[in-house]
Design a protein around this ligand. Structure first.
Ligand SMILES: Cc1cc2nc3c(=O)[nH]c(=O)nc-3n(C[C@H](O)[C@H](O)[C@H](O)COP(=O)(O)OP(=O)(O)OC[C@H]3O[C@@H](n4cnc5c(N)ncnc54)[C@H](O)[C@@H]3O)c2cc1C
Length: 403
């Protein structure tokens, strides 16, 4: 891909990575009247062929164990449902909605059922509509499930299901560009700090130019640790492979399939037109090479399909129509977002570690990061608990609802 040269030699903000997180931040900066700085977004692959953003399953949920994650998704739902209003009543921006089939968490033992009960309390307190269901209630509402081993289910059909993340992404980029945010195709390959080691002074691009920066944002997804290393910083984020299979059922279900999280960890959801989308990963789940997107057919044959056909017997007869492997930017410390400034390199801002739920977090993350860049603090939703500092202080925030 041909490298592009930035127009300026110095920017107030340089964002490394122009996928959904980088673009959300860029757009929210462009939308803030208090921010008057120059912004450069450097994206190494403007086709986004290998980004997490283009491998996503594009769903949102309110069912988290951490209240802050529920609040973050509530903002996502509000943003998606009111996107045109948020985007200045621009009538080119399409109206969007959420396909509310809900996530159905299934527990096959009392210990996990208790986790679902505790999570429901957190969610209800935050205003979510989570309902618990016995096996009988599940069977009554969704007769296609085999519930023989099920102790409890948890589902919420308000602001939970598929949304069109790629349209939001497209419009953030488009409008940010129209408002003067500069996107270039290039790669940040190194950073230089001041003598005290407290600030990144410049980034160097693959094409050779060195560009000065006021603040630098690490929005490089599964490459977060590589980007941080350029500033001599560590961040506990690894690329972990996640597989997706889309299949057509010979006998489609008679109603929408919630995004079902089987107790085995395999998940499957409605995909429209008699097709369904399933995902999962191997029991052995190492960090992988950034270029490794090979499929694992044995995982499908020996694990995913048998689990699906046991849970939903109608899925005995299915045909795969497409499949792909993508990378989670997996936060091995506590599976939650890593945000805010570095504790010593104060103008290095993290936007990392979303561990498979970043698409729905992108509106709140971009808004919060734009506030931090503008005011030095969060002004709407306080995301301080997710700041990088908690890693230094060894204070994990464990999100129990990870898929
Ligand atoms: C299979 C799968 C299913 C998922 N399902 C869901 C879901 O249903 N709901 C949900 O909320 N989330 C989901 N996610 C997670 C979600 O897709 C991600 O959290 C989100 O897309 C992360 O966006 P990002 O911008 O941080 O990272 P990415 O999309 O990976 O973007 C990072 C960008 O940085 C660029 N870059 C990296 N290094 C450099 C550099 N040095 N210089 C220039 N550019 C650089 C890359 O080219 C890339 O474009 C899923 C992820 C996967 C893989």
């Amino acid at each position: 891909m041909k490298s592009e040269t930035p127009k300026e030699q110095s920017y107030d903000v340089i964002i490394v990575g122009g996928a959904i997180m980088g673009s959300s931040t860029a757009w929210f900066l462009s939308d803030n009247k208090d921010f008057n700085g120059k912004v450069l977004v450097v994206e190494k692959d403007s086709s986004y062929e290998f980004a997490s953003t283009t491998h996503t399953n594009s769903c949102m949920r309110q069912q988290f164990s951490e209240e802050l994650n529920v609040r973050i998704s509530q903002f996502a739902a509000d943003f998606v449902k009111n996107i045109r209003t948020y985007m200045g009543n621009d009538d080119r921006v399409p109206e969007l909605s959420i396909q509310n089939y809900g996530y159905m968490y299934l527990a096959d033992n009392e210990a996990f059922a208790q986790v679902l009960r505790e999570n429901q309390k957190v969610q209800l307190d935050a205003g979510a509509g989570t309902e618990l269901m016995t096996a009988e209630q599940i069977k009554k509402n969704y007769p296609f499930y085999n519930v023989d081993d099920i102790v409890l289910g948890s589902i919420n059909t308000v602001d939970e299901g598929f949304w069109d993340g790629s349209t939001v992404f497209d419009w953030w980029r488009r409008q940010a560009g129209e408002r003067g945010i500069e996107y270039i195709t290039n790669e940040v390959v190194s950073m230089a700090k001041n003598a005290a080691g407290t600030r990144v002074e410049s980034v160097t691009l693959k094409s050779g130019e060195t560009i000065a920066c006021g603040q630098v944002v690490n929005a490089s997804g599964p490459r977060a640790a590589r980007t941080a290393a350029m500033a001599g910083i560590t961040v506990p984020v690894e690329p972990r492979k996640r597989f997706t299979w889309v299949f057509a059922a010979e006998q489609p279900l008679d109603r929408d399939l919630p995004l079902t999280i089987d107790p085995s960890g395999v998940h499957v959801r409605e995909n429209g037109g008699g097709t369904y989308l399933a995902g999962g990963h191997s029991d052995v789940d190492p960090a992988v090479d950034h270029s490794d997107f090979t499929m694992d057919q044995s995982l499908w044959e020996n694990h995913i399909w048998p689990v699906l056909a046991t849970r939903i017997p109608q899925f005995e007869a299915i045909k795969i129509t497409s499949e792909w492997a993508g990378h989670y930017a997996y936060n091995v410390f506590d599976h939650n977002a890593i945000l805010g400034s570095h504790t010593e390199v104060e103008n290095f801002i993290f936007l990392n570690g979303f561990s498979g739920h970043g698409l729905q977090q992108s509106p709140a993350m971009g808004r919060a990061t734009s506030e931090l860049l503008t005011y030095g603090e969060y002004r709407t939703l306080d995301l301080t608990p997710f700041n990088y500092e908690r890693i230094i202080n060894n204070q994990p925030i464990i999100e129990k609802a990870i898929i």
